[in-house]
Ligand binder design. Structure first.
Ligand code: URA
Length: 204
């Protein structure tokens, strides 16, 4: 299985009832040049129409947060916990999450990221469970760097708020901005380590 095949599989998925009302499933996309994986919650209306992640207002904010730290969609892969839009953008249910996260887990395996940044509480909950991190509420862990070592290798998990939350509560924007600076610093750690030692710390 390669990433393109997995994306095709996701586009035709019928594992949960969300497929019935979708226009498009949204597998994810991005150039992934810096091996950063961003994980949001679920497609909204614009994403459902276009079949692409974060193309609405939250996506604009995400693009500008990336831009402020010198990154773009060419550097990251962006996906979601849930690949199809829940009706009226309601929270995903446990059943939907259970049906859909095997795709995300496969994406992680195929992509082999150095850094996973989770956007919002659902993706943080997924990462905590998946990588054996102690679950604490998002406000307590946002902006922290969790360096994990699993059978997949070593990588860092950085939780932050969902950009849509910052659109509703402007005071969160500066906190998210700080967390993107942390992402940039963590990337420098990996880049420094790989150029100094001639190897990537993830695979050492
Ligand atoms: N919100 C998300 O969590 N994901 C998207 O793709 C768009 C908005």
């Amino acid at each position: 299985m390669d990433l393109k095949k997995l994306e095709e599989l996701i586009r035709s998925c019928r594992k949960c009832p969300l497929h019935k009302n979708r226009t498009n499933a949204v597998p994810g996309e991005g150039g992934f040049k810096k091996r950063i994986l961003l994980v949001g919650e679920a497609p909204g209306r614009n994403e459902d129409i276009q079949g692409r992640p974060f193309v609405g207002a939250a996506g604009k904010l995400l693009d500008s947060l990336l831009g402020e730290v010198g990154l773009s969609r060419e550097d990251v892969y962006i996906t979601n916990i849930i690949k199809c839009r829940p009706p009226n953008n309601r929270d995903p249910t446990d059943e939907e999450i259970h049906a859909c996260t095997p795709y995300l887990n496969q994406q992680v395996e195929l992509l082999n990221p150095r850094i996973i940044m989770t956007l919002g509480r659902f993706s943080w909950a997924w990462a905590a469970e998946r990588f054996g991190l102690e679950y604490r509420k998002l406000t307590d862990v946002r902006g922290k760097v969790f360096r994990v070592s699993t059978l997949l290798g070593r990588f860092s998990v950085i939780p932050t708020f969902h950009p849509a939350a910052a659109l509703r509560r402007r005071e969160l924007t500066d906190l998210i901005r700080d967390d993107f600076l942390t992402l940039r610093e963590e990337l420098s750690y990996y880049e420094g380590a790989s150029s100094e030692e001639g190897r990537d710390p993830k695979t050492s």
